[in-house]
Design a protein around this ligand. Structure first.
Ligand SMILES: [Fe+2]
Length: 243
């Protein structure tokens, strides 16, 4: 089962696809690359709008897409929710990937402090969400974040890495290093359009298979399948690849 866990394909909902024509083209590209389940994760910024307002916009985008869509991968709605202080005290269930407790979180683009780690820990341990940290490779260059990531990696979290990081010669080393960390990584295209940030699941998978092996790719697929409502939760031993 090939799953793309992170994308901005819904038309006119965020800075991703601007219209249904682009969305359909993106879905065709994903489908041609073997994607069977496409998770739609528009940005949710809590300081811009309420959750009900966001859900209404997301629903309108989904309706427009479904009205126009022919053969597409299976579509699942979720969100890419921006981190905010106090989020662990809110009801975030409607922002999870539908039918699951999987919450894709975009961390702050700055150095994280202990409160950031505590907030994520509360979401994971107290609230029981399956927290996925979106495109984790984009945050580790901020001062001190590598240490914070080591603290976070003691939690039952999932780290999502963008396909682009595996494709880029400049970023590949970091992406592969992250993918080898002890927690199960998951792949996402984070596709926004058909050109500069296009669906790229297949080329990213080729790099992962070549550099880390088929078993690693299958482990990533199992994690993604769990996060979208299939399979049981990977045991910690199954999440660990460096032992
Ligand atoms: Fe994104």
């Amino acid at each position: 089962m090939i799953i793309d866990l992170h994308s901005h394909i819904l038309p006119g909902v965020d800075d991703g696809s601007p219209d249904t024509e682009t969305s359909l083209k993106m879905l065709r590209m994903a489908s041609e690359q073997g994607v069977e389940v496409q998770v739609l994760t528009p940005h949710y910024y809590p300081w811009n709008e309420s959750i009900p307002d966001f859900l209404a916009r997301r629903e309108a985008g989904l309706k427009a897409l479904k009205d126009a869509a022919g053969d597409t991968p299976r579509l699942l709605c979720g969100s890419e929710t921006a981190f905010f202080a106090g989020m662990s005290r809110k009801d975030l269930d409607p922002l999870c990937i539908e039918g699951t407790g999987t919450l894709l979180i975009e961390m702050p683009f700055e150095s994280w402090d202990s409160r950031t780690v505590d907030e994520i820990a509360a979401l994971s341990l107290d609230r029981g969400y399956d927290v996925v940290l979106a495109h984790i490779e984009r945050f580790i260059h901020y001062r001190g974040n590598l240490r914070r990531l080591q603290e976070l990696s003691r939690l039952p979290l999932f780290l999502q890495i963008n396909g682009e990081a595996f494709r880029s010669l400049r970023k590949r080393r970091t992406a592969l290093w992250l993918a080898k960390m002890e927690k199960a990584p998951v792949l996402g295209s984070d596709a926004h359009n058909c050109t500069t940030r296009r669906p790229d699941t297949a080329p990213a998978r080729r790099v992962i298979e070549k550099c880390l092996g088929r078993a690693c790719l299958e482990e990533m697929d199992r994690a993604a399948e769990y996060l979208t409502g299939g399979l049981r939760k990977p045991e910690s031993g199954e999440q660990t690849r460096n032992e």
